[in-house]
Ligand binder design. Structure first.
Ligand SMILES: *Cc1c(COP(=O)(O)O)cnc(C)c1O
Length: 372
């Protein structure tokens, strides 16, 4: 067993430093706190992360997904293909529009949508496919966009865990019809809360700006029905500080992952594979522990190693999806999703870890008695 007379190694460590606090205070003192100059500057600067695409800031990643679907005209009568192995927000955004969620299975290595499974799930009612770049690994966007093009589907990227991830040099959020990012505190960068929609389509960007603000561009000249999903300037100012550090933080996450890859040597634990051409940004460092995952977690807890399962219950098994599907006699066949949910556990990889922390994580994994 690992020495337990030490501070635990935390699973995540959101940064709210002096620079973030100073930026927030500066905005509050200015009196301009709602969707003002900081939001405009954040949008402009974030577009550098997504190949210069239009960026529309909103109040959460879920709002970003939801507004993107609404802006694409997706709603009742439409189907959207979504992975079940994701955070519920991916499917919730679809369901909230009135469209139907159709689940497709994942590829075991990338944990992203399987293009062949997507193609098999297409029907005449399919309007869009939503690849999720889970854990910071890009989904197979080259093959997924090919399937989408063939069937004329919109592509809505859920990039909420994947700021600065890329495939063959193209950043996530720049592949699809549109992309959605989250700035929740535990993500690779945050804005206290917040989200960003990215798109290459100027007309779609304008619709998104209307939708987030009651359908108004000019005050009280409402053009369409919209909501209030604006980002505050306080959030944007915090996000702008974080944006200056996301490059260095991402390199640190990748270096931390490389250390874990090299140091975790016990057979029975599979370290995360990286697809050819993929730039993994390690929102999570997720290993598989087939057969004995839960016992392994108990040992990690005892060793003071932060860890978590994302996600123990696939979305199709969550009540709001499971019950209506059962009633409708709809049964999803998602073997890779089920297997992943039973095998995965995420280990600390965030940029605040020390070299000693990383050694302790790897040593604790290599010492798992349930495996040895
Ligand atoms: C965090 C997350 C979201 C939602 O983002 P919020 O900002 O929390 O609304 C959506 N999808 C995935 C995969 C996420 O990890």
């Amino acid at each position: 067993m690992t020495n337990t007379n030490q501070q635990p190694v935390p699973a995540a460590s959101p940064v709210i430093g002096e620079a973030e606090i100073a930026a927030a205070v500066r905005v509050m003192r200015s009196g301009r706190v709602v969707q003002g100059p900081e939001v405009a500057a954040f949008e402009e600067e974030f577009s550098g992360l997504v190949g210069g695409r239009h960026c529309v800031a909103v109040n959460s990643g879920t709002s970003a997904l939801y507004l993107l679907l609404l802006a694409l005209g997706i709603g009742r009568g439409d189907e959207v293909i979504v992975p079940s192995f994701s955070f519920a927000a991916s499917a919730n955004a679809v369901r909230l529009t009135g469209a139907e969620v159709v689940f497709a299975d994942i590829e075991p290595d990338s944990f992203g949508l399987d293009p062949a499974a997507v193609e098999a799930a297409v029907t005449p009612r399919t309007a869009a496919v939503m690849p999720v770049h889970l854990y910071g690994h890009p989904a197979a966007m080259d093959r997924l966009t090919r399937v989408a093009g063939k069937h004329r589907l919109a592509v809505v990227e859920d990039a909420c865990q994947a700021h600065a991830a890329a495939l063959n040099g193209t950043p996530v959020g720049a592949f699809g019809t549109g992309g959605a990012f989250s700035f929740y505190p535990t993500k690779n960068m945050h804005a206290l809360e917040g989200g960003m929609v990215t798109t290459g389509d100027a007309e779609l960007a304008r619709t998104l700006r209307l939708l987030r603000n009651q359908g108004m561009e000019q005050r009280y000249a409402n053009e369409i029905v919209g909501a209030n999903m604006r980002m505050t300037d306080v959030s944007a100012a915090v996000g702008r500080v974080q944006l200056t550090r996301i490059g260095a933080w991402t390199e640190q996450r990748r270096a931390n992952a490389a250390h874990l890859d090299a140091d975790i040597t016990v057979p029975g634990v599979t370290t995360p594979p990286v697809a050819e051409g993929a730039r993994h940004v390690y929102h999570q460092y997720t290993v598989r522990v087939p057969g004995v995952r839960d016992a392994a977690m108990a040992e990690l807890a005892e060793a003071g190693i932060g860890h978590a399962v994302y996600y123990p219950t696939p979305i199709h098994r969550l009540k709001p999806y499971w019950e209506p599907d059962q009633k409708a006699g709809r049964f999803w066949d998602l073997p890779e999703t089920e297997r992943a949910a039973a095998e995965v556990v995420s280990l600390p990889v965030h940029p605040s870890l020390t070299a000693e922390d990383l050694k302790r994580v790897a040593a604790a994994v290599n010492a798992l008695e349930v495996i040895l």
